[in-house]
Design a protein around this ligand. Structure first.
Ligand code: NAD
Length: 249
């Protein structure tokens, strides 16, 4: 119950899905948690369900000032940071023939620029020996129709994490990425697709997974706990697939 006792963790995209499940688990394990999200009302609603030492901060990760403010509020409240979990992301679906500049900018601003700028802002405040986690995706290893820009964004994040791993090595900061497979979260309802198409897509994904099902946010949260804790003290620079085996076959 105390794997993260007194550790200070920032989680982006913490009011939903994987981020929320991780915030709950980190709090249970004794961490002080800064839950960051884009929507004030969603954060307030979620705050009512949580127990432990936490604050919520409204921050749109695609806006540079919001990232610096997030780090400022977090450090003003709790001091130095031990765990930075850059998890917020979007996955709108568009075939390559229909890609627009707006689609590209939206995905890259949230999925790539956001985590990169948040990392830069946070680095001076992360304790030596701390840890940075990114939510990547197995889409950077496989090709799923309609996810061209999304896949490219997660590939960019993976590459960034490799350089970061090297640049922070003198401080003993571990950098790892989690690559979920299909996980049952609200993200599918935000893809801009009709419900019947989402359901068909879901069946298609589940059928391809060797374990034959979607994963849960809690299964990713457990991975985010493992990678952030001392149990993973010699794990650094990796991308860990949590996908029921989908990326391996
Ligand atoms: P979700 O929609 O439940 O959560 C995404 C979170 O990111 C939400 O809290 C949302 O408000 C937040 N967010 C979106 N845009 C933001 C912005 N501009 N500023 C701040 N926050 C913003 O979905 P999820 O599945 O929990 O997604 C979490 C991460 O997991 C994402 O990076 C996603 O790409 C990744 N992922 C999900 C799956 C899956 O199948 N669910 C698979 C692979 C990777």
């Amino acid at each position: 119950m105390n794997k993260l006792k007194n550790k200070v963790a920032i989680i982006t995209g913490a009011n939903s899905g994987i981020g929320l499940a991780t915030a709950k688990l980190y709090l249970q394990e004794g961490a002080k948690v800064v839950l960051a999200g884009r929507r004030k009302e969603a954060l307030e609603k979620v705050a009512e369900t949580l127990e432990g030492d936490f604050i919520t901060v409204v921050a749109d990760v695609s806006i540079p000032d919001n990232n610096s403010n997030l780090i400022k509020v977090a450090t003003d409240t709790y001091g130095k940071i031990d765990i930075l979990f850059l998890n917020a992301g979007i996955a709108p679906v568009i075939p390559i023939t229909d890609i627009t500049e707006t689609h590209y900018d939206e995905i890259f601003n949230i999925n790539v620029k956001g985590p990169i700028l948040a990392t830069k802002e946070a680095l001076p405040h992360i304790n030596d020996g701390g840890t940075i986690l990114f939510t990547s995706s197995i889409v950077n290893q496989k090709g799923f129709d309609g996810l061209g820009v999304y896949s490219a964004s997660k590939g960019a994040l993976r590459s960034f994490a490799r350089v970061l791993t090297s640049e922070v090595k003198s401080r003993g900061i571990r950098v790892n990425s989690i690559a979920p497979g299909p996980i049952d979260t609200p993200i599918y309802g935000k893809m801009g697709l009709p419900q019947d198409v989402i359901e068909e897509m879901g069946k298609g994904f589940a059928g391809q997974v060797p374990l034959g099902r979607f994963g849960t946010s809690e299964e990713i949260a457990k991975t985010a706990l493992f990678l952030a804790s001392d149990d993973a003290s010699y794990i650094n620079g990796i991308e860990l697939e949590v996908d029921g085996g989908l990326s391996q076959i």
